[in-house]
Every structure is written in C-alpha cells, then in structure tokens.
Design a binder for this molecule. Structure first.
Ligand SMILES: [Cu+2]
Length: 136
C-alpha cells in the first residue's frame, strides 16, 4: 500500500517537472530566422548556417542571491536565459536589459544583437551583479 503511494508521488513529480519544462519552452522567443529563408536555402543558399534555436541559448541560474555563471561570453545573436531558482523575487536590469521581477521558476530571455559588454544587476539586491560579453 505504501509502495503505491510512493509510486504515485513519483509519477506526480514527473508530471510537475514536465509541466515546468513546457512552460519554459513557451516563454522562449520565436527563432528570428524567417521560415521562408530556411526553405529557400537549398538552391539559392546564402551560406547561412541554421542552427537549432535550443543550442543558441545560454543559461544563467539565479540562486542564493547570485547569478551563476556570473560572467558569460556569447556570440552576437545568441540568447541568454535567466531562471530564478530562489523563492525571493529577482530581476535582471542594466545595459538595456530589463526584466520584470521573476518569481521562483520564472525565466527571462534576452537576445544580444550587438557586440559589447553588458553589466547588469538585480535592482532589489544591487550587490547581485553579472556580466555578459557579446563577441562577433
Ligand atoms: Cu534579487
């Protein structure tokens, strides 16, 4: 009997985990590559490399009042996704980046279209700092 309850809880856990992943997915911005370009790429291909949108996302975790990793280097066009794993609200603000306050489990994505160094912090906890370096 007890075994059944445990199995039920495990299944419930899997459902919740799957639910979170789904929500995360729907938050992602649509890939900026127009579909037509991909379809026409065969013959008149302009030499563009089309990579899966998923592989272009770099994750930064917010946990224990820290951005981890604190310093991230990405390429132009890459997207960074912040996930708040604290129960406290945090945001990501600075250098043109401005998120809302994120609740636990909420994600914020930002695509970097220009080279440069982007410093940001959480305005509620200004000692929480992070940096994104965007390279060509
Ligand atoms: Cu914060």
């Amino acid at each position: 009997m007890r075994k059944k309850i445990i199995i039920f809880l495990i299944i419930l856990g899997v459902f919740f985990a799957a639910g979170c992943v789904d929500n995360g997915g729907s938050d992602e911005p649509a890939p900026s590559i127009p579909v037509e370009d991909v379809n026409n790429g065969g013959a008149a291909g302009a030499g563009e490399t089309v990579t899966g949108a998923g592989s272009e996302i770099v994750n930064v975790e917010i946990r224990n009042y820290k951005f981890t990793p604190q310093n991230v280097t990405v390429k132009v066009g890459q997207t960074v996704r912040w996930t708040n794993n604290d129960t406290v609200l945090h945001n990501v603000v600075g250098s043109g980046i401005e998120s809302d306050y994120l609740q636990k489990g909420e994600k914020f994505t930002y695509t970097f279209e220009e080279e440069g160094t982007y410093q940001y912090k959480c305005t509620a906890h200004p000692w929480m700092e992070g940096e994104i370096i965007v390279e060509a």
